[in-house]
Design a protein around this ligand. Structure first.
Ligand SMILES: Cc1cc2nc3c(=O)[nH]c(=O)nc-3n(C[C@H](O)[C@H](O)[C@H](O)COP(=O)(O)OP(=O)(O)OC[C@H]3O[C@@H](n4cnc5c(N)ncnc54)[C@H](O)[C@@H]3O)c2cc1C
Length: 426
């Protein structure tokens, strides 16, 4: 009998636990370890942060889901992974041993890299976790009573730009609905070299689409922005030239700000030689397997992938839902193969597929492969993107509640995108 442990129960971890369970015979044991009792649907956080969703609508209690699937579950959380001993030390002092480990712990949010950044002791909001979005949602109502300038954007070394764009556009929609948009000057401050770069070198015409969306919504922007500090009501950044020299120093006043932080790996992994890179991301080969500890696999935001290209201010490559789903499926099949004495041969399809909601419409893109030049380099916009994003939320939450392993992107989103592409050609 083999014991497979999945560490982390977010978008990657829940899917990994269920897919590994389904790929293995009953005699094998699967355990999921989280530090939260609930699954939380991160992609809806921008809606939560403007009170278009309630926190409970985005949570699924995990214990009953895993029980139904014959997966052991604890939400005590991991203090430290000991890969040389095949053991995870938990926060309560207990340990869980494994034969195979899937790490799906997502990111640690590196607010500490910039003085004054972040919602705990800093001066900017965050939408990276449901708890942060909930804090932002309360501040948002207060802000709307007494509006002023807003700064939204992405700090140096960010790899997840899409939510910053979504949140900026959703905020504009919400302000327009409330009839107070005219009272709110808005600036988008980003480490990207141009609007729509997205850590991917742009996809199709994301530069044109997103610049035009900002112009339509009267949002100003600063690119190549190296945010250096945030003080109460003021964000300081240096705008760099392409050669890295400073073009302009900015001090931007705000009454409400949200900046995406850079990510690192979580503390329980940081510094483990051979398992993680210097920023704590799990090193994997093309089969999602760690080359040093061959019984350890990684999926989702916690894995190490190189940036698409060098940029004057550092940017990272995003890891989105479609890519995470394909990493999970490859990992489940590879673990089953290894347990059955075979070599792992499944590979994830590392394509970037994204639906960015603007509140009433949105932008979609497909980058295949992620790094240019690409076979598919497509972007589009329209009301259909907003509805596709709402459908993604509903399908995903239903899938988790029912403990299904059905890949949402493969089954629904790619088909929707295919129909939209066809509609444009005809
Ligand atoms: C605001 C936002 C919006 C996004 N929107 C989209 C989108 O629309 N479409 C898209 O494709 N992608 C989107 N992404 C990117 C990506 O899909 C998400 O970040 C996704 O949640 C990543 O999944 P994950 O499983 O890798 O990490 P997470 O979902 O972050 O899951 C990690 C899990 O590990 C747990 N964990 C952490 N530390 C420990 C520990 N020590 N012990 C045990 N458990 C631990 C966490 O509690 C969490 O449950 C978005 C990202 C953000 C931040």
């Amino acid at each position: 009998m083999a014991h497979v442990v999945v560490l982390g129960a977010g978008i990657g971890g829940v899917a990994a636990a269920i897919e590994v369970r389904e790929a293995l015979k009953k005699e094998h044991k699967v355990t999921a370890i989280s530090d939260l009792p609930n699954f939380q649907f991160t992609p809806s956080n921008p809606w939560l942060a403007v009170n278009w969703r309630k926190p409970d609508e985005l949570k699924v209690p995990l214990a009953p889901v895993f029980k139904k699937k014959n997966i052991d579950f604890t939400d005590v959380g991991a203090k430290r992974v000991h890969p040389a001993e095949n053991r995870i030390e938990l926060n309560d002092g207990e340990s869980i041993s494994y034969d195979y480990l899937v790490i799906a712990t997502g990111p640690k949010l590196a607010f500490g890299e910039i003085p004054g950044l972040g919602p705990h002791g800093g001066h900017t909001h965050s939408i990276c976790t449901l708890q942060h979005a909930e804090i932002a949602s309360k501040a948002w109502e207060e802000f709307c009573e007494n509006p002023g300038p807003i700064v939204i954007g992405a700090s140096p070394a960010v790899s997840c730009f899409g939510p910053a764009y979504e949140y900026a556009m959703i905020i504009v929609s919400d302000l327009r609905k409330r009839g107070i948009r005219h009272k709110v000057p808005m600036t988008f401050v980003t480490s990207e070299p141009y609007i729509g770069h997205l850590g991917l070198g742009g996809v199709g015409d994301t530069k044109g689409l997103l610049e035009s969306a900002f112009r339509d919504r009267d949002v100003k922007w600063i690119t190549n922005a190296k945010t250096t500090s945030v003080e109460p009501g003021v964000l300081k950044c240096q705008e760099l030239n392409d050669d890295g020299s400073v073009k302009k120093e900015h001090e931007l006043p705000f009454k409400f700000a949200m900046m995406m932080p850079a990510f690192t790996g979580i503390d329980a992994l940081m510094g483990i030689e051979g398992l993680v890179n210097p920023r704590g991301f799990v090193i994997i080969d093309k089969n999602q397997r760690n080359p040093t500890f061959k019984n350890v696999f990684g999926v989702g935001v916690c894995v190490a992938i190189p940036p698409a290209e060098p940029t004057p201010v550092a940017t990272g490559m995003p890891k989105t839902g479609y890519m995470i789903e394909s990493m999970v499926t490859a990992t489940a099949h590879n673990i089953a193969a290894v347990i059955n004495g075979k070599e792992p041969k499944e590979e994830g399809t590392w394509n970037a597929v994204c639906l960015a909601d603007f509140g009433d419409r949105g932008v979609a893109f497909v980058a295949r492969p992620q790094i240019p030049p690409r076979n598919v380099n497509w972007s589009s916009q329209g009301r259909w993107v907003h509805w596709a994003k709402v459908a993604y939320e509903k399908y995903f939450l239903r899938k988790v509640r029912n403990g299904q392993s059905e890949p949402v992107y493969e089954r629904y989103i790619m088909k929707l995108i295919g129909i939209e592409r066809l509609r444009r050609v005809l």
